[in-house]
Design a protein around this ligand. Sequence first.
Ligand SMILES: C[S@@+](CC[C@H](N)C(=O)[O-])C[C@H]1O[C@@H](n2cnc3c(N)ncnc32)[C@H](O)[C@@H]1O
Ligand SMILES: O=C(O)C(=O)C[C@]1(C(=O)O)C=C[C@@H](O)C=C1
Length: 243
Amino acid sequence: MATPQDTIYSSPMAQVSDFRFDESVAEVFPDMIQRSVPGYNTIVDAIGQLAGHYAQPDTRLYDLGCSLGAASLSMSRYVQSNNTDIVAVDNSEAMVEKCQRHIQAYKSETPISVVCDDLQNINIKNASVVVMNFTLQFIPPEQRQSLLARIYAGMVEGGILILSEKLSHSTTQGNELLVELHHEFKRRNGYSELEISQKRTALENVMRIDSFDAHHERLTQAGFKDVVLWFKCFNFASMVAIK
Ligand SMILES: C[S@@+](CC[C@H](N)C(=O)[O-])C[C@H]1O[C@@H](n2cnc3c(N)ncnc32)[C@H](O)[C@@H]1O
Ligand SMILES: O=C(O)C(=O)C[C@]1(C(=O)O)C=C[C@@H](O)C=C1
């Protein structure tokens, strides 16, 4: 399927409004995320591999903040366990509508149900794999600890949470270095200075990022016994937390 190019921030805007996962973003999302997140394809493929390894028979796999379903489809490619299903959740109607179409076209052997709702309303039960691939950063910071505790409580022993996030770094100098490397990544992918700066402004109030230490602390407090940083490129990372 040909993906339209992301040109959302290419013209000067009198006022840059807060970033939303609306129809215009859903339309260009595959292009946007690949040109914005270093290692996105590697991460999505590894989510599938991890799910293939950790999915347990008669359990459920959750993809929270699924967007167009990339992580769910990747998991369905690798999961061999009997009697598992995937629940993909997003609160953006535009994303869910397109996600449903992608999933129908793919004809996965593992059943995937797509739910349009706030992930905070989803009852997590009997989960062997939970994925939040660049979603927690959009949840209000004060809700993150209780959300992780609720996910942990809904997981089976030996289950995993795969958590990918953009990270902050604790020193100003180190943070600037990582931000600059990320901006250079975007430039090399064809984004202009205007696009980079307008998107940065749009994300400022809606995407609140944490350091790896803050994630580690929160996951440990939620009860996870091991937190493995398995991917990092510039200020983007993916962790696996094991119950
Ligand atoms: C960066 S995208 C995730 C990308 C996706 N996981 C992937 O692998 O391609 C973040 C997604 O989280 C969704 N989201 C943000 N807050 C949410 C919430 N409270 N409940 C459900 N979905 C949410 C957004 O609509 C958006 O589609
Ligand atoms: O930090 C940025 O510049 C980004 O574009 C990152 C990010 C993300 O991490 O989710 C933000 C919004 C889009 O969904 C795609 C990528």
